[in-house]
Design a protein around this ligand. Sequence first.
Ligand SMILES: Nc1ncnc2c1ncn2[C@@H]1O[C@H](COP(=O)(O)OP(=O)(O)OP(=O)(O)O)[C@@H](O)[C@H]1O
Ligand SMILES: [Mg+2]
Length: 271
Amino acid sequence: MWGIGGVWIGLGKGKGGAGCTTSALELAYAATQRGRRVALLELDPQGNATDVVEPTTRAVGIKDALASLAPTGGQPRPAPLPLAEVLVPTAWERLLVAPADRYLGNRAVDITPEGISALRNARLSGELEGIVDDVIIDLPRDIGKLSATGLLGMEYLFVAARATVWGAQGAEEMRYTASRVTQKGNPELSVAGVIVTEYDASKDSVRVLGEMRTLFKEALIEPPIPRRSRVREAIESYHTPCREYGGADLEEVADRYQKIYDDLLKKVEGK
Ligand SMILES: Nc1ncnc2c1ncn2[C@@H]1O[C@H](COP(=O)(O)OP(=O)(O)OP(=O)(O)O)[C@@H](O)[C@H]1O
Ligand SMILES: [Mg+2]
């Protein structure tokens, strides 16, 4: 049985443009297809995930739940809000989002140790119990205070990576970072798997995928998510999950993400 307040899943990467946000959104959608209520917490000031799910308001955001110091000479900051108070409805059924925007980047500079522990404390105290069944955290690319906030909060980390040499190196870096966080502050954290995204089956990708199998062993999720140009069209341009945008190419992608989610849920429920 999972901890109180749901299953806390994170998506990270070591290299930018790894398909991390796309994976976070597709896994969130997959969870809602099992009738689960999901909170998407975006920790990336780019705000890509937030834009896609179209929150009903941006008056509050994840930054408001993260305690921070006032800038030198600035106004004192208001007390942080409980996480539940920064979750807002979206255009996606059963999905709430804690929105992110560029101002989250400023918060990252001033965030206090208490702020960095906010998600962890919310999970351990069951703050979202009865509100959502799953929490999905989208991490930014750089390993800074916002990533630390997310890594301390989550229980299951998926690492997104393309089957490229630099992609594999980035994934290995993220796995190392996660192992440090497991030792230093979040013993509940484990790597649930490495998701290979945008796989094009070119000669070089086939070779690198082979190396990734050796490196990550059973943590490498098979089969990889294929590169399908309409994924970008569906998610990025039309804010629509692959399943709902439709077409055999996107059904295949949706099926892969659904299986990744279902396998995780099975593992969690079997505990
Ligand atoms: N399976 C896929 N096939 C084709 N394009 C994809 C696929 N998955 C993701 N993309 C596209 O690849 C690009 C990078 O994806 P995404 O933004 O999800 O990565 P990210 O790791 O979150 O990036 P960032 O480092 O900016 O946070 C986007 O344009 C996205 O639409
Ligand atoms: Mg992203």
